[in-house]
Design a protein around this ligand. Structure first.
Ligand code: ZN
Length: 169
């Protein structure tokens, strides 16, 4: 089992901007492994460093195209903005609608430190952008309007209270 704890909305770790990694060492490989374990254990399709209090630009994702372990991701191209439903492991029981490009091209380092290019679309593209947001300290609540925010406000308050008490997922 992974020893990483998934932080809930309200935890300051989620607001920290992650730093790029210099290169992929044994330490990053171990982190990738643990992050993937934590993601699968929680039933998620993606997990980013800040969600488990790791201040590095690392993310894991398995959204239909297999497991990817990526570092320092950058979006090179993004087209076809579409609205779609989104959840987040740091926001249990919350679903919102967010507009994002449906097709993207991302450049990143893979788990071996090799620079790769990924063409993603659909759920994969959405999940990748969601995790990349986390690396910048950005969350789903930052991408919704007032109307959606009001609808989930009671849940947000409860999560903040739990995070304050040090409860993790
Ligand atoms: Zn998330």
């Amino acid at each position: 089992m992974s020893n990483l704890k998934i932080r809930l909305y309200g935890d300051p770790a989620l607001r920290k901007k992650a730093s790029p990694v210099g290169k992929i060492t044994a330490e990053e490989k171990k982190l990738f492994e643990n992050m993937a374990q934590a993601m699968y254990a929680a039933g998620g399709v993606g997990l980013a460093g800040p969600q488990v209090n790791i201040n590095k630009q690392l993310l894991v994702i398995d959204a239909g195209a297999g497991l990817f372990k990526l570092a320092n991701p950058k979006i090179l191209k993004a087209v076809c903005v579409k609205s779609g439903e989104e959840g987040c492991l740091s926001f249990p029981e919350v679903t919102v609608k967010i507009k994002r490009p449906e097709k993207i091209v991302v450049e990143a380092l893979n788990h071996e430190g090799v620079k790769i290019r990924i063409e993603a679309e659909g759920l994969f593209a959405r999940a990748l952008q969601h995790e990349m947001d986390h690396l910048m300290g950005v969350m789903i609540v930052d991408r919704i309007g007032m109307r959606q925010r009001l609808l989930i406000l009671p849940k947000l308050k409860r999560l903040k209270k739990m995070a304050k008490e040090g409860i993790t997922r």
